[in-house]
Design a protein around this ligand. Structure first.
Ligand SMILES: [Zn+2]
Length: 101
């Protein structure tokens, strides 16, 4: 087990290396735990990755806090409760509600 995002936060690996490590895990057919667990990522972190956020974006969120508001309606988002999408807005990865137009 490793902690991929902490390795990024500490500058031990690059975003590109994180992608390679993740690809290797995904290709490992002998794995006994889900890939996100093997990489030390939470469900919200893994979800954001699936939405197109980079490992570095998510590492920054873990280090400095996740976006707390929807970039469309401005209301709060609780990442643990889902119902959000990670999307690029104003040149950076942010969160929006699934239900917002
Ligand atoms: Zn919203």
């Amino acid at each position: 087990m490793r902690d991929l995002l902490n390795e990024l936060i500490e500058g031990k690996i690059t975003n590109e290396q994180a992608e390679d490590i993740c690809s290797e895990e995904l290709a490992d057919t002998t794995a006994t735990v889900p890939v996100h667990e093997a990489l030390g990522m939470s469900n919200p972190e893994w979800t954001a990755l699936a939405h197109g956020a980079e490992f570095q974006d998510i590492a920054n969120w873990r280090a400095h806090g996740w976006p707390k508001q929807c970039f469309i309606c401005g209301h709060s988002i609780n990442v643990e409760q889902f119902g959000w999408l990670a999307r690029e807005h104003d040149g950076r990865m942010q969160l929006r509600h699934v239900v917002c137009p």
